[in-house]
Design a protein around this ligand. Structure first.
Ligand code: HEC
Length: 124
């Protein structure tokens, strides 16, 4: 870019201040977006872990879900069923048919799982 040499020292300082402000604004925005994306990723990863391992018994034993690499065949394939969040939550809270209730999980864990299943099966 062209430095405004003909404006003297004061002019140069002003330009510098503007540049600094702009750079700062960009950094703040980038940081905000990065942290939002990371939070979403972390929840997806937590949901996947609950599905494959942390929930007892693990959902993956009974259900097929491509995103989790799960190929269980006792319950319906969630890839086909594409349950929305509310449907997953209900099944986890009360159990359904052969599926036990998952009251050992916290409400937050059940929500993370429900969001995860709904999101990776594109139910929402
Ligand atoms: C012991 C095997 C088993 C495990 C473990 C299991 N499920 Fe199920 N699940 C089933 C069966 C069987 C059904 C079908 C029940 C019926 O419709 O009678 C079912 C149904 C569902 C449904 C559909 C509910 C509806 O409204 O039709 C969802 C969603 C679901 N399971 C999610 C999960 C999640 C998430 C986990 C892990 C926390 C899990 N399941 C763990 C066996 C299991």
């Amino acid at each position: 870019m062209d430095f405004p040499r003909n404006q003297g020292y004061g002019g140069l300082m002003q330009v510098n201040r503007k540049l600094t402000l702009t750079a700062h604004t960009l950094l703040v925005c980038a940081g905000f977006f990065a942290s939002t994306v990371h939070a979403a990723d972390a929840n997806l990863e937590a949901g996947r872990m609950l599905f494959t391992k942390d929930a007892k018994p693990a959902c993956a034993i009974c259900h097929t879900l491509a995103d989790a690499g799960a190929m269980g065949e006792i319950g319906p394939s969630l890839d086909d069923l594409k349950p929305d969040e509310a449907r997953v939550l209900q099944a986890l809270k009360t159990g359904i048919g052969q599926m036990p209730a998952f009251t050992s999980l916290t409400e937050e864990q059940r929500q993370i799982l429900a969001k995860y299943v709904a999101q990776v099966t594109k139910a929402h």
